[in-house]
Structure formats: C-alpha cells, structure tokens
Design a protein. Structure first.
Length: 296
C-alpha cells in the first residue's frame, strides 16, 4: 500500500556554493524547522484546545540542504478518537495552513496594517472549517498577535541566509517559497496588536541604574520594582548634568515628571509601555557607605 504523504513537508535551502559562512545554512534550517513546529502548535488550536502536535525528521538530503519532516498529532480529545482518520485530516490541514502563511508572506514585502493580517487569520479559519474535523462546536481563530509572532520567527531564520540563497517548502499541496524581503518592523507589530493606548503623566521617583552621558540614548531606571528605559527630554537639566553641574552618583534617584504610554492589546493585556522623562525636578542622593579608618 502506498504511503500517505499528505502530512509530510520538505524544507529546502538552495545555497550559493563556496561563498559565505557555511554555518548560515544549518542555522537557517534549524530556525525554519523550529518556526514550523511553533506555527503547527498555534494552528492546531484552530481545531481544538487539546490538540498537541510535534514535527519529526524523516530524512535529510545534502545536494541542496533538504529536511523531510512529518507532523505527528500526539494528542487529541478522547471523543475525537472515534473519527478514525482524524489525525491525518489534522495533519493535512496543518500542511495547507503553513502554505497559506508562506504564500501570504510572499504577496508583500511589508506589513502595513492590521486588516492585512486579519485576512490571513480569516483564511486559516476557513481552512480549519473545511477540514470538517469538528472537535469543537466552533473552530477557533489564530490571533493576529500570534500570527505576527510566527511570521517574525520565520523572518529571523531567513536572516542567516545570503543574498543568493533560497528557501522553500514543498508538500503534496505544492511549493511555497520563503520571502526573505518581508520586513516586519517592531513598531508596526506593536501598532498592529494594539487596541488602545492610555496616557498618564505625573511626579515619580526613579532610581538611576544607567545614565546616558552623551544624551543620545535612553536612561535605565528602576521603577515600581522593575527596570525601564526612558528618554530624558529635559534639555536644560541634561546640559547641566553633562557639564557636571548636576552630578548623579551610583545609587541616586531622580524626582521627575514622567510620561507613561501604556498600549493594550485586543485581549486587554499590556503589550508595550513607553516612558519619557518630561522634566527633572531634582536629584535624590542615595545612601553613601563611608569607610572609616582601622583606628576608628
């Protein structure tokens, strides 16, 4: 009986020979395999919260580096076991969904707005519905933030490759190429996953951990039991600090007017907080350890 290969994928890297760091190919391949496995785990949630998958290595070929892999559905809800071929159906869905993600990435070199990613979310949801597994009364959606995280992981893996290297994914569904030109700026990702931003401003005390003596980067502070970075916008005070007219020693704190911009995601969780020191009101000296002489 012929082997069922509907859940098998092949990740292939065509590389420029005798050029570049040879480890780049293996680093990229390891990253692409890992990102595919993570993507599988997120896609499987569309079928059911209890579905567990793993990616297993079937073979490696070295003409161009090829990794043949198969998605194994390790765990599904007990009531689904009666479905017989359900694991194969889920495996085939995961293969088609991976192609869908890569083809979506290939259609653009930048991600401009949330609606673009939302369309990908809808397409994956339709694929889940078409699988007709019905482990749940309704199929769940892979959230935009999760998709962006998976796409970013793929992009980071491709960063190892040289300009002449190429990566692709092959299966019984077809061939999809990885797009190394896709740009996923951190600021855009933050904007895409942000539902609303709440601003607050007030007087705060910040313990100095890393001052910026050149005035070109952010200061490091301890605030509310955690570390933050904040740009000091008080140019008058910065000028005095840089000219040793406002000395700041290890352990000192600053009394400041602090601006906090808290970004909340679509699940109402905090996704990012931006801090700016609007005004420095004064330096609060820290405790000084004074060592006396042996005779004291």
């Amino acid at each position: 009986m012929a082997e069922d290969l509907t859940d098998q994928i092949e990740i292939r890297i065509e590389f420029e020979r005798d050029a570049g760091d040879p480890t780049r190919i293996f680093r990229a391949m390891a990253g692409l395999i890992e990102s595919a496995q993570t993507l599988d785990s997120h896609l499987a949630l569309s079928i059911g919260a209890n579905v567990r998958t793993t990616l297993v290595l079937q073979d490696i070929e070295a003409a161009s580096l090829k990794a043949k892999l198969r998605t194994i559905v390790e765990e599904i809800p007990d009531e689904a076991m009666k479905a017989g071929e359900v694991k194969k159906v889920i495996g085939h869905f995961l293969v088609k969904a991976k192609h869908k993600v890569l083809d979506w990435c290939n259609d653009r070199n930048t991600i401009n707005n949330r609606d673009e990613v939302k369309l990908l979310e809808v397409d994956i949801h339709k694929l889940a519905e078409q699988s007709d597994v019905k482990l749940l009364p309704a199929y769940a959606s892979v959230e935009v933030a999760t998709l962006l995280s998976d796409i970013t992981a793929i992009k980071e893996s491709l960063n190892y490759l040289g300009a002449q290297d190429r990566a692709s994914l092959m299966s019984s569904v077809g061939v999809s190429t990885y797009n190394p030109k896709l740009v996923v700026p951190e600021g855009v990702v933050r904007e895409l996953v942000t539902r609303e931003t709440i601003a607050a401003k007030g007087e705060r005390i910040l313990k100095v951990k890393k001052p910026d003596y050149l005035g070109i980067s952010k200061w490091g502070f301890k605030y509310a039991d955690h570390m933050i970075e904040a740009k000091v916008l008080d140019e008058s005070w910065l000028s005095r600090f840089q000219n040793n007219q406002e000395p700041v020693h290890p352990g000192d704190s600053l009394r400041v007017v602090l601006s906090e911009m808290v970004a909340y995601g679509y699940d109402s969780e905090i996704v990012h907080t931006e801090y700016e020191v609007i005004e420095v009101l004064g330096v609060i000296p820290g405790l000084r350890v004074i060592q006396g002489s042996i005779d004291d």
